[in-house]
Structures are given as structure tokens and as C-alpha cells.
Write a protein that binds this ligand. Structure first.
Ligand code: HAM
Length: 413
């Protein structure tokens, strides 16, 4: 039988034990951090109308143009979410006044039809936040502080925050005109994608990964040089607040981010352990128009898969979060097997991880299974122990064995 029969689709993964324990740790700690910052969980559907993403992310972005899983089962074309912001804002815009001043977080799978490679999946997972309403630069700084608290709570060290600005919506035209003019003498040296971007979305030329384009971009003014004083002042205030809170960031005027909804502050967090796909998180302030409603907010998303790669490089691994070994019950004879069913139930009700063989098997077979289960302690009972109210306690870690009163045995489990 072809082994591919048991594989998930390309670019997608099954996440199972022991790795899942690292995911669970991240999710639990994320919830604790979000609670401290006053964010409530929001779960939106995986599927949305395609227009929700086209209007929010921008229909010339790579994500919308090339990477959406979309189909048309009925009247509307629908798509699997490639990110969490658009759906969250669709929901909040529908909630009226309250939604326009809200703080939500999500932990959810996202889907992008990209070419899979290390750190780039077709189904990946994000933990993200969106805070709507507050137009202050301090809200942006607070959001970055929250993201830093999250990475700290996971134990991640060595990450770097790069920050820049997209300016106000009124800066868009002067920035695009300025860049186009500066790039004009170099058109023939640009890659094919960038020649198209020149008309469509000239900002994206700035973060093109092509080396030749990179060299040209080095020679031209950065977008911020075409922005208004107000936009620069906004960024200054964000930077000042971050400095006051002791959060180190590097200003990088060539940071663009691939989504069109951004205004003012944008940032990305990278880690040297990640190689080519070195961004483990991204965020920024945005303005999204849905129907007659314009929603502004600030938020970020951290990718689980890339963060896990970085955590592993920091020596943080799933094994550290596996549940403690627990107890295995071994029965000698049918009566002990039934009594062990009762004992297992009472141990489990106390929250103790407990396993047992459900068929009458030899002691040797039961002990072998106990060893494989990862249990630290085995309680062995037969007719004689049942009569006396005792159990033989075998410590699998130390290899010791001792008969004890049942209650004492349970305390030792
Ligand atoms: P993004 O930069 O597109 O931003 O994605 C955020 C993170 O998701 C990335 O830094 C990366 O860790 C992870 N990610 C993205 N694509 C993939 C992939 N194909 N495979 C594995 N991981 C991936 C956003 O999605 C925005 N919604 C962030 C945001 C929220 N901005 C404001 N609010």
C-alpha cells in the first residue's frame, strides 16, 4: 500500500503527542497573557465570503491573488481564511458601537496555497489579537508590548522586532508617485513581478526578495521620505512609548508587510533560527472598510509552526510539557481485574493519569504495556492483596518494589 495513503495533504500536518504538548503549553499561556491585557477570545468560521478578504487584504496582494483556497458552492464565492484579521473585523463591524471598541484574540488554523518549504505550510496556525477603536500611537505600543509578553511567556529568547510605518491613507499617493519616479531609471533591471508591481502596487517592490531588485531599492529613497510630518510624528510616539516600556525595536524603513489594510505602524518579529522564512510574527495598525463601516484597529499574528522551530532552537521542546507518567494497574485474576476497573475510575476522578489492560493477560504482558505507557508507578493486585487491602507498588523509574496498604499505595502513585 502506498504510504502516501496515510499522509495528510502536502503542506499540511497532523499534530500529535508528544509535539501536541508544546502546542497546548503555548495555547494555555497565551490565554493567560491575553486575559491580563483584557482580550476576549473570538472564534469565527474558517469559511467567509471571498469579498471579505478581497476588500480587507487588498485584491492585488499575493495572498488574495495567488494563495486563496476559494470555490463557489452557490451564489457567493467563498474562501478558507488565509489570516484572522478580516474575519474578526467582519464580526466586530457587525456588532455595532461595542464592536468598534473591542479587544479580541484568536487561536486558529489558516490556509494559504503556497509552495511548501521549511516554515511555510498550506495549513498553518496563528495566535493573533485585534484591538479596535483606539487611534492612539500608545495602542500600537501596547500591542507590541503584549506580543513581547506572549513570546516571553513561551520562553522564547533572541527574537528581533523590526518596525516601520505605512503612513496615513493620504500619504499613499505621494509615496507611490515618489517611488515610481525613483524606480523609473531602473525599470529594465527589475524582475518581472516588480515591473508589474510598479503600476499595481509599487510598495511591494521595496520588499522584493530578488537580489537585483534589492540592490536597486538600496539606492532609492525609502517610502517614509515621501510621508507627511504627522505620519513621522505618529511613529515617533510609538517608538518613545516602546522605549519607556523597555522594549527594544529596530526601525527599518524598508519593512512593508504584504497586506494592504495597514496604515501607520507596521512591524515584524524574526528569529535567526528560522532561515529563509525568518518572520515568526507580524502586525500593525489598519483601516478596513466593510460596506458603509470603516473600522480601524491594531493587531498582530504569531505563527505557531515558525515559533515552535525557534523555541526548539532555544532548547524548549515538547518533552518538557508531557504529562507526568501516571499509574498503571496490573491485575492477577478476574476478580482483581474488576476491582481495578473501580480503582481506575476513582484515581481518574482525582485527576491521576491511570491506565490498565482490559483483557486478562499474563503479568509479563501487563508489565510490558505499563513500561510502554510511560507510567512511573505500577500497582499490582491479586486475590491475596484484595483480601489484605494492599497492593504491590513497583516504581518503574527506580526499579524498586514494595507491598503497601492500598491508600498508602495510592498516595505514592
Ligand atoms: P502575516 O505576516 O501574513 O500577518 O502572518 C503572520 C504570521 O503567520 C507569519 O509571521 C508567520 O509566522 C505565519 N505564517 C504566515 N504564512 C504562513 C505559512 N504559509 N506557513 C507557516 N506560517 C505562516 C497576518 O496574517 C496579519 N493578519 C497579522 C495582523 C493581525 N495584522 C494586524 N492584525
Amino acid at each position: 500500500m502506498a504510504s502516501s495513503e496515510f499522509q495528510p495533504l502536502q503542506g499540511m500536518s497532523d499534530i500529535c503527542a508528544p509535539e501536541i504538548y508544546l502546542w497546548q503549553m503555548m495555547e494555555e499561556r497565551a490565554r493567560t497573557v491575553f486575559n491580563a491585557y483584557g482580550f476576549d477570545e473570538l472564534r469565527t468560521p474558517v469559511l467567509e465570503k471571498l469579498s471579505v478578504f478581497q476588500r480587507s487584504l487588498g485584491d492585488t496582494t499575493d495572498v488574495v491573488k495567488k494563495e486563496m483556497y476559494s470555490f463557489k458552492p452557490s451564489k457567493h464565492e467563498i474562501a478558507m481564511r488565509p489570516e484572522g484579521t478580516a474575519g474578526a473585523i467582519r464580526h466586530l463591524a457587525g456588532r455595532g458601537e461595542e464592536g468598534l471598541n473591542a479587544r479580541v484574540f484568536y487561536i486558529a488554523p489558516m490556509f494559504r496555497y503556497e509552495r511548501p518549504q521549511a516554515g511555510r505550510k498550506r495549513q498553518f496556525h496563528q495566535v493573533g489579537v485585534e484591538a479596535t477603536g483606539d487611534p492612539s500611537p500608545l495602542a500600537d505600543a501596547e500591542c507590541i508590548a503584549l506580543q513581547k509578553s506572549l513570546l516571553d511567556a513561551w520562553g522564547l529568547t533572541g527574537s528581533k522586532i523590526r518596525i516601520s510605518t505605512r503612513g496615513e491613507p493620504s500619504d499613499r499617493k505621494p509615496v507611490a508617485d515618489g517611488l515610481r519616479q525613483a524606480l523609473q531609471p531602473h525599470v529594465d533591471e527589475l524582475c518581472e513581478d516588480c515591473r508589474r508591481r510598479l503600476d499595481e502596487n509599487v510598495l511591494r517592490v521595496i520588499d522584493c526578495k530578488n537580489e537585483g531588485c534589492g540592490r536597486i531599492v538600496e539606492q532609492i529613497p525609502s517610502p517614509i521620505e515621501f510621508m507627511s510630518d504627522a505620519s513621522r510624528a505618529y511613529l515617533d510616539q510609538v517608538m518613545q512609548a516602546l522605549e519607556t516600556m523597555g522594549i527594544e525595536v529596530a526601525f527599518n524603513p524598508r519593512l512593508i508587510r504584504g497586506l494592504d489594510y495597514y496604515v501607520h505602524t507596521v512591524w515584524e518579529i524574526s528569529h535567526s533560527a528560522l532561515g529563509a522564512q525568518d518572520a515568526l510574527a507580524g502586525g500593525g495598525r489598519y483601516a478596513i472598510a466593510l460596506g458603509k463601516k470603516a473600522v480601524q484597529g491594531v493587531g498582530f499574528a504569531v505563527g505557531f509552526e515558525r515559533t515552535i522551530m525557534a523555541l526548539e532552537a532555544c532548547g524548549i521542546t515538547a518533552g518538557q510539557f508531557e504529562p507526568a507518567g501516571g499509574v498503571w494497574l496490573v491485575a492477577v485474576g478476574d476478580k482483581a481485574l474488576m476491582e481495578n476497573m473501580k480503582l481506575a475510575r476513582s484515581l481518574r476522578e482525582r485527576g491521576i493519569r491511570c491506565g490498565m489492560e482490559l483483557e486478562a493477560k499474563s503479568m509479563k504482558a501487563q508489565l510490558r504495556k505499563a513500561g510502554r505507557s510511560g507510567a512511573r508507578t505500577v500497582l499490582i493486585r491479586g486475590d491475596e492483596e484484595l483480601e489484605k487491602g494492599t497492593a504491590v507498588v513497583k516504581n518503574l523509574v527506580e526499579g524498586s518494589q514494595q507491598e503497601m496498604n492500598l491508600e498508602e499505595a495510592i498516595r505514592n502513585a
